[in-house]
Design a binder for this molecule. Structure first.
Ligand SMILES: Cc1cc2nc3c(=O)[nH]c(=O)nc-3n(C[C@H](O)[C@H](O)[C@H](O)COP(=O)(O)OP(=O)(O)OC[C@H]3O[C@@H](n4cnc5c(N)ncnc54)[C@H](O)[C@@H]3O)c2cc1C
Length: 283
């Protein structure tokens, strides 16, 4: 059984040893705030690029969407087609389109590279059409993605029936790079590899506690951090360090650093310029 507080993944992911609570000042180059897939991936890649990284999770790793989602690995976007992005953002859209296009392969390669035990299956991602009009939309989407190099295919009704074992659908778009993972297992495995790469992880809840506990241990006064010249990130965007003091803060997740927060524990660090080429999504 699963409910909003206790996702089914928590029952299949097994026990893990909880990371310790942050109880004292610590020293690091980069602080990643939030232990979901974004934070763990950022921490892992930063650590592997030679940075000293501390990750702080206010509840338990995977507590947010990362431990509760469907586990579909979807190399496309729900909202805007590639053509729509180009129309709106011009040349800026192309790197993002490529990132989305290659995202599933990237994840499955990461799984293979680090032997992440997360029930990964690169069996493709299929979006069936529930009526003939929707099939036209599928075809338009398929062509738009093909134009940008994605291996998207259109399955007709017969192929769709054979794939799904159901005659309910009218066909649809298949991207063979997609697939499925157990998202909470992926979280746990990324945490394992982070630890192997010397990422220091702190979390507030014990091990697999997915029930909400509203006390937040790691709090930062974002305004003061900015005044001090630290980088502060909100909504997965990194604000680069302005001055010379303080750690880079990388807040990973859906707006984790947007509120007025005071520092119960502080992380002191030496100045850390962004890595060559930046972190990607900056402003
Ligand atoms: C119902 C549902 C189904 C979905 N299905 C899919 C799917 O099939 N495939 C897919 O690719 N995506 C899916 N998604 C989207 C996906 O879950 C999210 O995009 C992803 O989990 C975001 O990861 P994240 O690390 O950015 O954020 P989160 O997983 O939300 O992680 C943020 C973390 O930050 C922590 N935190 C918050 N505030 C603080 C603080 N002040 N200090 C320290 N830590 C803090 C939180 O506790 C949390 O653990 C789905 C989402 C939902 C809601």
């Amino acid at each position: 059984m699963s409910d909003g507080q206790n996702p089914i993944w928590a029952q299949s992911a097994g026990k893990r040893q909880a990371a310790p609570k942050l109880r004292q000042d610590t020293s690091t180059e980069i602080v990643v705030i939030g232990g979901g897939l974004s934070g763990l991936s950022a921490a892992l890649h930063l650590a592997r690029s030679g940075r000293s990284v501390t990750l702080i999770e206010s509840r338990t790793l995977g507590w947010g969407g990362s431990g509760r989602n469907n586990g579909q690995v979807i190399p496309t976007l729900a909202a805007m087609e590639p053509d729509g992005m180009v129309k709106r953002y011009g040349d800026l859209a192309e790197p993002f389109i490529h990132l989305v296009r290659d995202s599933a392969d990237y994840l499955f390669d990461l799984v293979t590279k680090h032997n992440l035990q997360c029930d990964a299956a690169q069996t493709g991602w299929f979006q069936p059409a529930h009526n003939p009009d929707y099939l036209k939309l599928s075809e338009a989407r398929m062509m738009a993605w093909q134009k940008h190099g994605a291996p998207a295919e259109l399955l007709d009704k017969a192929a769709c029936d054979a794939l799904l074992g159901s005659t309910h659908w009218h066909g649809g778009m298949l991207n063979p790079t997609g697939g499925h993972i157990n998202p909470l297992k992926l979280v746990h495995e990324l945490a394992r590899v982070c630890a192997e790469n010397d990422v220091e992880i702190f979390e507030t809840n014990s091990g697999n506690a997915h029930r909400a506990q509203w006390r937040c241990l790691a709090r930062f006064n974002t305004k003061r951090s900015v005044d001090n010249g630290c980088g502060v990130a909100c909504h997965q965007r990194l604000y680069r360090p302005i001055g010379s003091a303080g750690p880079t803060l990388f807040c990973a997740g859906n707006g984790v650093a947007g509120r007025n927060q005071t520092a119960e524990c502080s992380a002191t660090a030496k100045h850390c310029p962004p890595p060559p080429g930046g972190f990607g999504y900056t402003r």
